[in-house]
Design a binder for this molecule. Structure first.
Ligand SMILES: [Zn+2]
Length: 478
């Protein structure tokens, strides 16, 4: 997962009103945290993150994801988990970890705390430092997984250990579920969600997150993701009998395909909005430096049919995806010889589907837009699944806001968000378990290197991250 951000302008925070009935124990929201993190706990948590980063858990030969799982298991067992409550399951070249902290009330559905242990490939020659040799320099931890997401996973896991040490006993069972191939094929992700389908909700430490004011450690705003668009690829294909190019026929596969591609390229799906994107436009507008764009964001939030506002937002690459489904041609091929009529031409159309629509529905719409029976549209998507937006549950939203304000101060604006990429949460949402991607980690907007070179995280995040979980986890499980 990568973090999203908006261009900023400072402003004070606000709080959401209760929206729907709650299943988590709302009176608990007024409760004090179990403890405040100590310096020793912060040191231990950072040490765990560095040990995890040092283990190369990249898909393919030499994948050491199982060793990350073993590191985490050992930390949990040393912290009081029964060895039988921490299960590592190998799968393909990776592994998944499920650690259970049994609550005192078996009637309550478990809370799942989600993350992943694998990282994107990183080559030593491309990096300024060894990507698997974590190092802290001037308050910055460098290494593959510093932002996505071994630092996050280590803060989450450490806070559980600390809560247990401080004598916390959850009423609701807590399940820590770490996948091992989130960055690639997501096979363990799908298995975990299916296994945990009876959960009350999922808090995913992967995704969401906060933004510091440029060049400072001053928190500006923080986002949690409650929805993500689904990914789809469609193949457009035209086949013809072909023939000699000196004898052209009216039906030419390349021309027919080109006409279809142009229609798809010009087509815009209808504007859409859900509770989460409406809240995003409303709140993120305060951080938009360009007044015309900020006005368009507010106008669209008030009325998604506002054509003028829509035109402004759809001209902005960072915002167009939040206004509805998008489809764009990404690859093209055709023909087999310079002097032959093409027998075949095809194109790939990549779509990011707004939650609430199936891939089949979008394929049917593309066929309608193309309007030509000779263009065959087929769904060639791999590794994605349709998932609805999670509800803005007052209990979860309230607990998230309280926790982030306890960690970073009450001036931080909280912005609900819909992600464009895929995370483990889509598997939970697809089977009806609400999932919230809500990393407490803040990043400067010029230091977001998730999946890229020289990935890093500011160590000023350690104590606030622990504080966040010390508030959030008890509020959702006591
Ligand atoms: Zn991730």
């Amino acid at each position: 997962m990568t973090k999203t951000s908006v261009a900023h302008r400072a402003l004070a925070g606000t709080t959401f009103a209760a929206l729907v009935a709650a299943s988590f124990s709302v009176p608990a929201l007024a409760a004090a945290p179990v403890a405040a993190p100590t310096t020793a706990e912060a040191t231990e948590a950072l040490d765990l993150a560095m040990k995890a980063i040092a283990i190369r858990s990249v898909r393919g030969e030499g994948n050491r994801a199982a060793d990350v799982a073993a590191l985490f298991r050992d930390r949990l067992v040393a912290g009081g988990w029964a060895p039988s409550d921490v299960v590592i399951t190998p799968m393909h070249d990776t592994a998944m970890l499920v650690a259970t902290w049994v609550g005192t009330d078996p009637k309550l559905k478990p809370l799942v705390l989600s993350g992943h242990m694998d990282v994107v490939e990183a080559k030593r020659a491309d990096w300024q430092r060894d990507p698997f040799g974590p190092v802290v320099e001037d308050g910055v931890l460098y290494g593959r997984g510093a932002t996505d997401m071994k630092f996050d996973g280590s803060m989450l896991l450490s806070s559980l250990v600390d809560l247990r040490r401080h004598g916390y006993r959850p009423r609701r069972t807590i399940v820590l579920a770490f996948s091992g191939d989130e960055e690639t094929v997501m096979a363990t992700s799908a298995v975990l969600a299916d296994k945990l389908k009876g959960a009350e909700a999922v808090i995913n430490a992967d995704g969401g997150g906060g933004t510091f004011a440029d060049g400072t450690d001053k928190p500006l705003y923080w986002m949690w993701d409650g929805a993500e668009k689904s990914y789809a690829d469609y193949k457009l294909e035209v086949t013809n009998p072909g023939g000699h190019s000196s004898e052209p026929r009216p039906d030419n596969a390349i021309v027919q395909l080109a006409e279809a591609v142009i229609k798809v390229g010009k087509y815009q799906f209808p504007p859409e909005q859900n509770a989460i994107t409406k809240a995003w436009f409303t709140r993120a507008a305060a951080f938009e430096a360009d007044p015309a764009k900020a006005a368009a964001m507010r106008a669209f939030a008030a009325n998604p049919a506002d054509a003028k506002a829509l035109a402004v937002l759809r001209a902005e690459p960072s915002m167009v995806g939040k206004t509805g489904t998008t489809c764009v041609p990404t690859m093209l091929s055709g023909g087999h010889a310079l002097n032959a009529l093409p027998q075949r031409a095809d194109a790939n159309v990549n779509c990011r589907i707004f939650p609430g629509h199936s891939r089949a529905e979008i394929a049917a719409q593309l066929e309608k837009v193309i309007g030509s029976p000779v263009v065959k549209v087929s769904d060639v998507t791999e590794g994605s699944i349709d998932s609805p937006a999670s509800p803005m549950r007052a209990d979860v939203v309230g607990a998230l806001e309280k926790a982030i304000h306890a960690a970073w101060g009450s001036a931080v604006t909280v912005i609900p968000s819909q992600a464009s990429g895929a995370s483990d949460s889509m598997f939970y949402r697809s089977i009806g378990v609400p999932a919230y991607n809500a990393s407490p980690v803040f990043t400067r907007s010029d230091e977001s290197f998730s999946h890229g070179l020289n990935e890093r995280v500011r160590t000023v995040n350690v104590k606030p991250a622990l504080t966040y979980y010390f508030n959030l986890i008890p509020d959702l499980t006591r």
